[in-house]
Design a protein around this ligand. Structure first.
Ligand SMILES: Cc1cc2nc3c(=O)[nH]c(=O)nc-3n(C[C@H](O)[C@H](O)[C@H](O)COP(=O)(O)OP(=O)(O)OC[C@H]3O[C@@H](n4cnc5c(N)ncnc54)[C@H](O)[C@@H]3O)c2cc1C
Length: 417
């Protein structure tokens, strides 16, 4: 137990809350500061024109072991996510469904049985996975995902419908830039992972409710404190946070929010960023998708989620556009009209939406480029540790990277004398 340790956590996103839960669970006193009124950072509930929405549709997978463990620890109910065996369905016909066979046979069977791709390419995809496994999922030297796919003859329809969309969804980075090593890490832990690792976990509650808010309750019950909204203005080398002394500090702000603390952290990599757009379209209650998550190809919209099936918001679709592209020049109204047009065409005609809401997160994640340098969890200041999705050494910038980094920073804070 670490009863005398008084730790400040700056940032109440998934990383900061994972750090605070780890500290509180080990008997340390955690005080979380977050600049926003609603916990969750880049994965939070927002209020837009009187409607409660998420700042962006999120998808979890079975391989998110650390997030799933923490959700259980803070008491998030199991039905807060809809768990489905991996199934990728496109409006245009491609479909892949993992079979109920022991891993990895379920996925291999799914690849072989995929619809909308010639058999030779399906067989090629199985060979690609086998080659990655033989190389222990190491890509040395790291290269763009496009180069890896070309090397293994995976750039036909299978690349178009499977590998490239998976890369965009997991790394939020276009395949000509994305790190093949990080992509291979994702494939290793999800598609080639153990039982249930490739399952889709679709949130059935808002993203603040899913983990940060029950985590806050867990921390309070163990003597900790949550101060939100409270933007930290000053952190000193002696670990005073806005004038209040702490024995350790975990800095769990987003990568673009590190600048005010740079002199204490030390040299930072020069990150660039990728956007994510979520366009909510509200149709009459009878409109539903054939599957809670439907893929789209050759359109701006990459995935549409059925908020009726997931959250009980009947008739509402969340359309997702990951990573950079020409859509960054489009106005919100233009984006909503375009998303509606594409979905309507693919689904054979839909009525005009009753309302739409576009949420653009310009710096949704860092660009997960090949050769990417990450921040180390230790800093130039003794007792100051870094957490955040930009600090995990091997995962793409995701919820799982965020919570893994938070747990690791908390462990360092607890172990450092
Ligand atoms: C639209 C969108 C869709 C996404 N989709 C997925 C997905 O499907 N699956 C997935 O796994 N990941 C997804 N991600 C990525 C995921 O949301 C992030 O990787 C994760 O939320 C990052 O968490 P974090 O705690 O590292 O950082 P953040 O969430 O950015 O948390 C940092 C916190 O620090 C606070 N802060 C900053 N400065 C200060 C200060 N001076 N004082 C006090 N507080 C401060 C901020 O308010 C914020 O709450 C998506 C991201 C976005 C934006």
């Amino acid at each position: 137990m670490h009863g005398s340790l008084n730790v400040a956590v700056i940032g109440g996103g998934y990383a900061g809350m994972a750090a605070a839960v780890t500290l509180a669970g080990r008997g340390a006193r955690a005080t979380v500061f977050d600049a926003g009124a609603v916990l969750g950072g880049r994965a939070r509930r927002v209020s837009a024109r009187g409607r409660e929405l998420d700042n962006g549709q999120h998808l979890l997978v079975g391989a998110y072991a650390e997030l799933r463990r923490l959700m259980r620890e803070v008491g998030t109910p199991a039905d807060a996510v809809l768990r489905l065996p991996l199934e990728l369905r496109y409006a245009s016909g491609f479909a892949l469904r993992a079979l109920w066979w022991p891993a990895p046979l379920g996925l291999l069977g799914g690849l072989l049985g995929a619809r909308g791709v010639p058999f030779a390419e399906r067989l090629g995809a199985v060979r690609f996975m086998r080659a990655l496994r033989r190389a222990q999922f190491r890509v040395v030297p790291d290269c763009p995902v496009d180069a890896l796919l070309a090397r293994h003859a995976q750039d036909g329809r299978i690349g178009h419908f499977l590998w490239r969309p998976l890369c965009l969804a997991a790394l939020n980075t276009p395949t000509h830039l994305a790190s093949a090593q990080v992509f291979a890490n994702v494939l290793r832990d999800s598609l080639a992972g153990g039982e249930g690792a490739s399952d889709l976990l679709l949130p059935r509650v808002d993203l603040s409710h899913l983990f940060p808010e029950p985590a806050a309750q867990f921390v309070r019950e163990r003597g900790g404190e949550i101060r939100a909204p409270h933007r930290v203005r000053e952190l000193t080398p002696a670990l005073a946070v806005d004038g209040e002394p702490f024995s350790r500090v975990i800095l769990a702000v987003g990568p673009h929010q590190l600048a005010p603390f740079a002199s204490l952290v030390g040299p930072l990599p020069a990150f660039t960023y990728q956007p994510i757009v979520t366009c909510y379209l509200q149709y009459p209650r009878t409109v539903r998708l054939a599957f809670p998550m439907l893929g789209f190809a050759d359109t701006l919209v990459q995935w549409a989620f059925d908020c009726g099936a997931l959250l009980g918001a009947e008739g509402r679709l969340a359309c997702v556009i990951s990573a950079q592209g020409s859509h960054q020049q489009m106005a919100h109204d233009e984006l909503a009209i375009r998303c509606h047009g594409e979905i309507s065409r693919a689904l054979g005609g839909l009525p005009e939406p009753e309302w739409s809401q576009v949420i653009v997160e310009k710096r949704a994640t860092i660009t997960c480029a090949h050769g990417l340098q990450r921040c180390a969890p230790t800093t130039a200041t003794p007792g100051l540790f870094l957490a955040g999705d930009h600090t995990d050494p091997e995962y793409p910038p995701t919820l799982e990277a965020a919570v893994r980094s938070g747990v690791r920073a908390a462990q360092l804070a607890l172990e450092t004398r």
